[in-house]
Design a protein. Sequence first.
Length: 177
Amino acid sequence: MKNFKHILSIFIITSLILVSCSKDDTPAEVNELETFTRVVLKVGSDTYTYNVGSPAPEIKLTLGTDYKTSIEFYDASDPNDVENMTLEVIEEADEHYIFYEVSGVGLNITSASDDVIGAESKGINLNTDWNTTDNGLGTLRVSLIHEPTNVSGTDRAAIGGETDIEVDWPIVVEVAE
């Protein structure tokens, strides 16, 4: 009986050691932290640049006008080595979505025909078409969203995911002179 208990103890200890020391051959995937410090919005022939820590410049539009637009993202945390993060957003299109929220002015924004396609086979809104429908003063909030859960959502909360960067652009839509 002593031998059986001794052999059983050795077997249990050996089994515990082998199980606890198993090697996991699949390393956890590490997604580098993305840093966004600059947003460049091109509206027609005008360019509006936002840098984190500074106010966003006012966007001026004309009533009843259509605009082709594009947006670019940068990491300018090191001024001697500014990195165009737009390329990473394009490479990871299924993991990014740009949400535009307009308040106070008549502005319709749709994904352009040349937009980059992402999750749910929808454009990620890197390239958009704008149409002004009412004059006034307002705000355009642009949010770059990482890993959205529903790109068909109609407000920021419904889209889910995490916000990589968000900019509130003052916007003016005026009647043509």
